[in-house]
Design a protein around this ligand. Structure first.
Ligand SMILES: Nc1nc2c(ncn2[C@@H]2O[C@H](COP(=O)(O)OP(=O)(O)O)[C@@H](O)[C@H]2O)c(=O)[nH]1
Ligand SMILES: [Mg+2]
Ligand SMILES: [Zn+2]
Length: 360
């Protein structure tokens, strides 16, 4: 049964008024009220997409997918976390599905999570969060070399959020074919400037320069993604979906526009979606080793940033080690306009200042 949407206008059902009021009526959790978490080994399916009151799950054994409702009472609050989550399951959650008939079932329990990527739910009070994805191995921050111009600000927001959750990060710079190569720049400028993303390699991040359009760098990237669960994030228009199409193969429909199960238009602009696993046959080609884990990729349309809730200015500064090593006059320089600050002019200084200002 396809998901039914009550409001055509609501771009994001998770944020519409009906959902808000419904969840407000949810009885407050009492101590000991949490549903029991199960172990990951007991789970038999993974959540691929979340809808109101139901989700698309992928059966681990067969890879078969179907929509199933979740029993709110048994899955809600399973994690016993500090912040309220606006949906009881998230993409990437391992779940126990009780089969009902051949092609349906009910989510009866959710396994304990390893980690989660969280954004603040728009239009909701501060304590309600949207878990965009759970149990991820890698956050792939996608940016473009040009169109839109490379922006450290958005990269840093994703980077810091992932590092706080101890999730490994990689930076993918797409549309590399639009970029003037170093030797050509030298002719124009008489001086080779660093690309604005080179600071991230210096910080120890794996950086991949690719072109979804021409195919440059995709083989190296897919090798890196092998057997991991990776979430692709970044500014809209940088080419996430185009890249994922190339990596997974073209047969998965219009991600971000069309629901894979129903073929109907998606009514959400900000929910994650787990793509079909990259087939092990393709993955093992040439390598000669049969991988034991599938390569799972998650697309995120319309997510601008993750929540940096609770981060303080000194903590933020820890993510900018190069500013602290700039050689400012004062050892305790916050790099926010002090006399004798040497950090101005660093490529990530503006991004640091902007995030700082948004914390106040
Ligand atoms: N020149 C160039 N354009 C690209 C490349 N990859 C994607 N695009 C274009 O960038 C636009 C946005 O791509 P899309 O995949 O929808 O971006 P998303 O919003 O990040 O998912 C589309 O017009 C793509 O054709 C690339 O490698 N080079
Ligand atoms: Mg997209
Ligand atoms: Zn300074």
């Amino acid at each position: 049964m396809p998901p039914k949407y009550k409001s055509k206008q609501a771009e994001d059902w998770l944020d519409d008024n009906k959902t808000v009021s419904r969840s407000n009526r949810r009885p407050k959790k009492k101590a000991g009220d949490h549903a029991e978490s199960v172990s990951r080994d007991d789970a038999n399916a993974i959540v691929a997409e979340v809808f109101p009151n139901q989700c698309r799950v992928r059966w681990v054994e067969t890879g078969e997918e179907f929509l199933c409702p979740y029993r709110r009472a048994s899955v809600w609050g399973h994690s016993g976390r500090d912040l309220r989550e606006r949906a009881p399951v998230a993409v990437g959650d391992w779940v126990v599905v009780e089969r009902v008939g051949l092609h349906s079932g009910i989510v009866a329990a959710v396994a304990e999570r390893r980690n989660r990527l969280v954004r603040q739910a728009p239009g909701r009070d501060e304590e309600v969060v949207h878990v965009l994805a759970a149990n991820v191995d890698l956050l792939v921050i996608v940016a473009s070399a040009d169109s839109p111009k490379f922006s450290p600000g958005i990269v840093d927001r994703f980077l810091i959020a992932a590092q706080r959750e101890k999730i490994q990060v990689a930076l993918v710079v797409n549309k590399i074919e639009l970029c003037v190569r170093g030797d050509q720049r030298a002719q124009v400028n008489d001086q080779v400037n660093d690309q604005p993303w080179e600071v991230y390699s210096k910080l120890g991040l794996p950086v991949f320069e690719v072109s979804a359009k021409r195919g440059d760098g995709l083989e190296i990237l897919v090798n890196f993604l092998r057997q991991k669960v990776s979430v692709f994030c970044g500014h809209s228009g940088v080419g996430k979906t185009s890249l994922l199409r190339k990596l997974v193969g073209d047969d998965f429909g219009d991600v971000g526009e069309v629901n894979l199960v129903t073929g109907k238009g998606r009514h959400t602009t900000s929910s994650a979606i787990l793509l079909p696993a990259i087939k092990s046959v393709e993955m093992s080609e040439g390598a000669g080793i049969e991988p034991s884990l599938p390569t799972n990729l998650i697309d995120t349309p319309g997510v601008r940033a993750f929540s940096l809730l609770g981060i303080t200015q000194p903590e933020l500064l820890e993510y900018y080690p190069e500013l602290n090593q700039a050689g400012c006059q004062s050892q305790d320089c916050t790099h926010l306009g002090e006399v004798g600050c040497a950090a101005t002019g660093f490529s990530r200084h503006d991004s640091y200042r902007a995030i700082c200002e948004s914390l106040v």
